[in-house]
Design a binder for this molecule. Sequence first.
Ligand code: WQD
Length: 351
Amino acid sequence: MNKILVTGGCGYIGAHTIVDLIQNGFDPISIDNNSRSTPALLAGIKDITGVTIKNYKVDLSNFDEAYAVFQENTDIKGIIHFAAYKAVGESVEKPLMYFENNLFSLINVLKCANEFNIPHFIFSSSCTVYGSPDKIPVTEDTPTQPAESSYGATKQMGEEIVRDVTKAGELQSVLLRYFNPVGAHASALIGELPLGKPQNLIPAITQTAIGKLKEVTVYGNDYPTRDGSCIRDYVHVCDIAHAHTLALQYLIEKKNKEKSEIYNLGTGNGVSVLEAIHAFEKVSNHKLNYKIGARRPGDIMAIYANNSLAKDKLGWIPKYSLDEMMDTAWKWELKLKQDEALHNNPNFQMN
Ligand code: WQD
């Protein structure tokens, strides 16, 4: 089986991608220093697939530590690089921490890929690179704009680094620009584990509904959109995960025309904040406590994808609806609460 290195494999998208890779016959290993994740999702992966994933708890921004993992696994056939900090607000306060972690990690992984002649590389990029687009939906040719945050800058620089290293060497790469990944695996055994108060909308909704948070603040309803709230392209995390498997197969089967190719991963449907809230209320049968607040600095008004290139070239067809995104996100939140209750239960015996 093809051994695939997933960096950030204990994270939200990383864990869902590992499940999809296993179910498509790959043999994943993970490198994750758990600075922004816990090994908890590895247990969920085992429950879903029966496979115990080996995670190397290594800081990729330390070259020697990263190199040692590659020395121990000289049969790695491909790399999917997720490992990065991704909190937009934090990146504005701590730019150097973001540039050091996100770029040093990427550069070290690419150096090892060259050193060990690993042919295939998938880079986790983001719609953030488009900034606030003049025209939507955005295609892969839509010009990128100056990043609004250091997080976005690391994604733009990351894309340039991957493309230049690909051009100069033997590597073949695919850069995947995620829109807004949401939801959880249907089993509710893996999902998003935001650290602290969630910045993203969907976990803020589910944590409010479950009672962890008092209310959701809608950051502005005075935008020139159909209902005044911002529009985004929410896409189920399992659809995002499957796109990585398809991109890997695409490179392995040498279907790529260019050495490095870029794909938008969005559903192509724009959904407003208020529409997302109402969809959640419908599927959860739960009246959500929310209020209208001030706009959030750095937010763009609207963005959603033209995803026809990923469909045509990778054969990627996102299959989860907005209702399924909300339903799986809610079921995951309910499972977390159930597990919490179980673990807090004095009669609960760890087996
Ligand atoms: C979505 C909408 C908020 C929280 C981020 C990253 C991006 C990508 C996806 C990685 C916005 C509104 C939110 C809340 C709200 N991540 N909102 N109340 O900012 O579109 O993108 O996640 O690739 O890089 O920037 O996602 O979920 O934070 O916000 O009204 O409590 O929900 O204003 O309009 P965002 P988000």
